[in-house]
Design a protein around this ligand. Structure first.
Ligand code: NAD
Length: 265
């Protein structure tokens, strides 16, 4: 159902972003990938999106911590095809108590997790409004809805992303029509998802409990995620894919938890 659409997925060389790029490609979209990684990792990611069914896939190199690099990336994207779907998925984590959080780490997390999404949205939304169709999907987190200790910049960036998305949703709410699908801006808020991002947290729980990796995963889940199950990246991608459908034209400004009940407690 996404034939003829062009999508950008930031942070799609790994984890959730890669699964989203594959899902959008599988639904027929042309997909621009972005993210850090070795040449081999990037080539494999692009190839996997083509293999999933994307009629075309490209890689837009940009370190999203740098606002100028985001601008250059968005220019390259609009040269490649107008952006119908923008998924802001790039994100980083650093855990430490606030008194021990390096100021430079704060700046970097806010730049990547929050400011980069502001820049892609400010550059992509006007075109979406003009064409009457657009989807912005911001991959926030349960930490955009509730807090946890030792994650000050991460929680601040994700709450910021949820607020930013609501403002943008309101500003573009009247664009397009029910037939065209309108322009929507939403956040998806995952709980624990099995990706490289959370491996350090799994490892530290495993060490604390004297157990193996599985024990680390069980400890993380037991603390916050009542389902007792990790999500897979593809599970998050399925929610994103639904929100891209025409029928989702009236779902906007939402922050949708995919968290096994975490934020219901
Ligand atoms: P991941 O580490 O597998 O992927 C992160 C992606 O972001 C990678 O492609 C990486 O290259 C990219 N990235 C990091 N810094 C970048 C930069 N400066 N410029 C460009 N790209 C950069 O992690 P993931 O778990 O797939 O995380 C994806 C998103 O999902 C993040 O925003 C994260 O906060 C969010 N999230 C993850 C979980 C989880 O449990 N894994 C839970 C909730 C939310």
């Amino acid at each position: 159902f996404l034939q003829g659409r062009t999508a950008l997925v930031t942070g799609s060389t790994s984890g959730i972003g890669l699964a989203i790029a594959q899902a959008l490609g599988g639904a027929g979209a042309r997909v621009a990938l972005n993210g850090l990684g070795s040449h081999e990792q990037i080539e494999a990611a692009v190839a996997s999106v083509c293999q999933a069914g994307a009629p075309d896939a490209s890689f837009l190199d940009a370190d999203l911590a740098d606002a100028h690099a985001v601008e250059t990336m968005m220019q390259a994207l609009s040269d490649w095809g107008p952006a119908d779907i923008v998924v802001n998925c790039a994100g980083v984590q650093h855990t430490a108590p606030i008194g021990e959080m390096p100021a430079a780490t704060w700046d970097k997390l806010i730049a990547i997790n929050l400011s980069a999404a502001f820049h892609t949205m400010r550059l992509a939304l006007p075109g979406m409004v003009g064409r009457g169709f657009g989807r912005v999907l911001n991959i926030a987190s349960v930490h955009g809805l509730v807090a946890s200790v030792n994650k000050s910049p991460y929680v601040a960036s994700k709450f910021g992303l949820v607020g930013l998305s609501k403002v943008a949703a309101l500003e573009v709410a009247g664009a397009g029509s029910r037939d065209s699908g309108g322009v929507t801006v939403n956040c998806v808020c995952p709980g624990w998802v099995e990706t490289p991002l959370i491996e350090p947290q799994i490892a530290s729980r495993a060490e604390a409990s004297g157990g193996d990796r599985d024990a680390g995963i069980r400890a993380l889940l037991a603390e916050k995620q009542p389902s007792g199950r990790m999500s897979l990246p593809a599970d998050i991608a399925a929610t994103v894919l639904f929100l891209c459908r025409r029928e989702a034209h009236n779902i906007t400004g939402a922050a949708i938890p995919v968290d096994g009940g975490w934020t219901s407690q």
